[in-house]
Design a protein around this ligand. Structure first.
Ligand code: PLP
Length: 403
């Protein structure tokens, strides 16, 4: 069955009692089953809920896993995965990761004696050099947030396994439409379901999906013991969002490529980070691993300082200034002051997240309207003086090379 068919039919079976095509939303916190209580499928909603179970079945099918767990947020899902580790264990994570992931690794897990080393994961030699006998987990984001770097999942899985470590991939930005990390050797796939899976900026959720039933049992035990499950109503919304995931994502990717091309010719843009551009350092890997959908997030570096970047993100109208990605509404943000503000400044600069970096999440508005919005933001936030105009024109012409 194709992905779009699975996203509609798996985990969304009609309700047998009434024939309702949409399974009902089960809000009950507790269950009173007939017969032997210890054999009941559902007894208490933290341990299991039919609406959550439907979503988890869909998620497992989309990522080619054996089972999935739905969490109250993406961070709750990350937290659960890291609870597989013990004091003294070591994690290797990418340098290009979400600010909240950086925070949990460096400011929460360190308290429990779990140390993290950040390494650019595309550099397999650097990863191999950072591996210790205590390394139990490699945590990768693919593509990374906010610089859209890629990791070779197959090669990284091989390296992790040769050192008895697990490979977890945050697949939030690629979605299973572009990449299914479990099929490439990863052990755990993680999602912030708040993003593309939900797709409409109206729910908070996270997910872990695995292919090993024993690993699933361990993660289920941790989730049930710690309790950060996704609420039934959010599960219902997420299941609904997933039905249109593939069409939404593919369309958003098309617009994102147009926008990345426009920006890459702009004289006031220093650099564009987008895996679909031939200038991306891992474009060849992107062509194989992302299966033609290069993502709906584009970042770019303005030829400007912190304040000018702040002005720029306040000057768009359709791109709303907000953190998050993956919804039908386009969003714009400055990672240095917003999504990645929890980084220590030296780590942030070392990771390449400059003051002038801007991140766009491209939604489903018409791409011409989005391009017009960016054009007017350049005029408003970074006006060109009369004296600078000839040089600006010359740079615009020089940059105008079709990809
Ligand atoms: C790549 C990535 N992973 C994880 C998260 C955390 O997810 P949540 O906000 O649902 O807790 C985010 C949030 O922005 C993210 O962008």
């Amino acid at each position: 069955m194709h992905l779009s068919t699975r996203s509609i039919h798996v985990g969304n079976e009609k309700e047998p009692l009434t024939g309702a095509v949409i399974p009902p939303l089960h809000l009950s916190s507790t269950f009173a089953p007939d017969g032997d209580f210890s054999k009941a499928v559902y007894d208490y909603s933290r341990s299991g809920n039919p609406t959550r179970a439907g979503l988890e079945t869909t998620l497992a099918a989309l990522e080619e896993g054996c089972a999935a767990l739905a969490f109250s947020s993406g961070m709750a899902a990350i937290h659960c995965a890291t609870q597989l580790l013990r004091s003294g264990d070591h994690i290797i994570a990418g340098t290009d990761i979400y600010g909240g992931t950086y925070r949990i690794l460096h400011k929460i897990l360190n308290r429990a004696g779990i140390e993290t080393t950040l390494v650019p994961l595309h550099d397999l030699e650097a990863v191999a050099a950072a591996i210790r006998p205590s390394t139990r987990l490699i945590w990768a984001e693919n593509p990374g947030n906010p610089l859209l770097s890629l990791v070779d999942i197959e090669a990284l899985a091989e390296l992790a396994h040769s050192h008895q470590a697990l490979l977890a991939v945050d697949n939030t930005f690629a979605t299973p439409v572009a990449t299914q990390p479990l099929t490439l050797g990863a052990d755990i796939v993680m999602h912030s379901a708040t993003k593309f899976l939900g797709g409409h900026s109206d729910l908070l959720g996270g997910a872990l999906i695995v292919k090993d039933p024993e690993l699933y049992k361990e993660l289920y035990f941790i989730q049930n013991a710690t309790g950060a499950v996704m609420a039934p109503f959010d599960c219902f919304l997420c299941s609904r969002g997933i039905k249109t995931l593939e069409v939404r994502f593919r369309e958003q990717c098309k617009s994102a490529l147009w926008i990345a091309q426009y920006l890459s010719h702009h004289p006031q843009v220093r650099k564009v980070h987008y895996p679909g551009l031939s200038s991306h350092p891992q474009h060849t890997l992107a062509q194989q691993q992302l299966r033609g959908s290069y993502g709906a997030v584009v970042s770019f570096e303005l030829d400007a300082d912190f304040q000018a970047a702040q002005r720029f993100v306040s000057s768009t109208h359709l791109f709303q200034r907000a953190v998050s990605v993956g919804a039908v509404e386009s969003l714009i943000e400055q990672p240095a002051s917003m999504s990645h503000a929890s980084y220590d400044k030296t780590d942030r600069i070392k990771a390449g997240i400059s003051d002038g970096l801007i991140r766009l999440s491209v939604g489903l508005e018409h791409v011409h309207d989005l391009l017009a919005d960016l054009q007017q933001a350049f005029r408003t936030a970074l006006p060109i003086s009369e004296e600078a105009r000839p040089e600006h024109k010359a740079r615009a012409n020089a940059n105008y090379v079709f990809q």
